[in-house]
Design a protein around this ligand. Structure first.
Ligand SMILES: C[S@@+](CC[C@H](N)C(=O)[O-])C[C@H]1O[C@@H](n2cnc3c(N)ncnc32)[C@H](O)[C@@H]1O
Length: 258
């Protein structure tokens, strides 16, 4: 069966073109991979990750279309999202209303890390994110909110240090994933499992300043990218000692040298 024919897989269809697409992240394939992986990993690891009891926190909801579909198909799931972009939050609220999940998915305007430090944030053990990961010398980009620092992994490193027990996060092959994974291991995280997918460069990674920087990072051995492609692994990292650690497998999927 073609998954795109399933009514619950609307997440896989490209969104309609928006008049001001730079104000909000748009990459249908990547968002679908993220959402599909979140759904599969949360359901497969429901006995480990307490999402049914306390919900999950989301760093960077974007237009919320993809995770909104997951919330719609998982009646036990509640998501507290945060996004730093006002346009994204406005679009997120529209998507959430259209999908009829406003009682279980909320998106707040602001910095995720401030919210994560608040008493409400500290009550939640699980964070999910397709975080900003564009590597570039500075944040003067097509969509500045997607800047991930010089190596692209600033936001994921902050997320790992924020104290969550479980982090379900997209790891791109060109944003120094070796450093991200070794920091995760140092902080006590294991890779419980992951889904990896090859993606073509999109409008944000093709921006000349970003593309040049990606090529430089790859030449320095800080990641992998082909001529027009890279890999994104959406991984469940957990501090639980009960799971088998698949960090070697995710490194291979991200094309990192052994
Ligand atoms: C790659 S997009 C992902 C959007 C959406 N989750 C998806 O996959 O379709 C990353 C999002 O993170 C947001 N963002 C960047 N820094 C943030 C921060 N400190 N706190 C909250 N959101 C942030 C950006 O505005 C952007 O919408």
């Amino acid at each position: 069966m073609d998954l795109r024919d399933s009514p619950d897989a609307a997440v896989l269809r490209p969104p309609p073109a928006a008049p001001d697409s730079v104000g909000s992240f748009e990459c249908a394939e990547e968002s679908a991979h993220y959402a599909f992986s979140v759904q599969l990993l949360l359901t497969q690891y429901a006995s480990l990750v307490p999402w049914r009891q306390e919900g999950v926190a989301e760093l960077g909801s974007g237009d919320a279309r993809a995770i909104g579909q997951v919330v719609r198909t998982q009646p036990g799931l509640r998501v507290h999202g945060t996004d730093i972009s006002a346009t994204s939050v406005q679009r997120a609220r529209e998507s959430i209303a259209e999908l009829g999940v406003a009682d279980r998915y909320t998106v707040e305007l602001g910095d995720f890390f401030e919210w994560a430090d608040s008493p409400a944030g500290q009550r939640i053990a699980t964070a999910i994110a397709n975080p900003p990961y564009l590597p570039a010398p500075d944040g003067d980009l097509l969509m500045p909110e997607l800047w991930g620092g010089e190596h692209g992994n600033d936001l994921v490193l902050r997320l790992l240090k924020a104290g969550f027990e479980h982090v379900l996060v997209a790891l791109p092959s060109y944003s120094d994933p070796a450093e991200t994974l070794s920091t995760a291991a140092h902080l006590g995280y294991r890779v419980a499992n992951f889904l990896a997918m090859g993606l073509e460069f999109g409008r944000y990674s093709r921006e000349p300043k970003v593309l040049r920087h990606i090529q430089q990072l790859v030449a320095e051995g800080r990641g992998w990218a082909g001529d027009d492609e890279y890999v994104v692994a959406v991984a469940l990292l957990t501090r639980s000692p009960e799971v088998r650690d698949r960090s070697d497998q995710v490194r291979r999927a991200l094309q990192l040298p052994g």
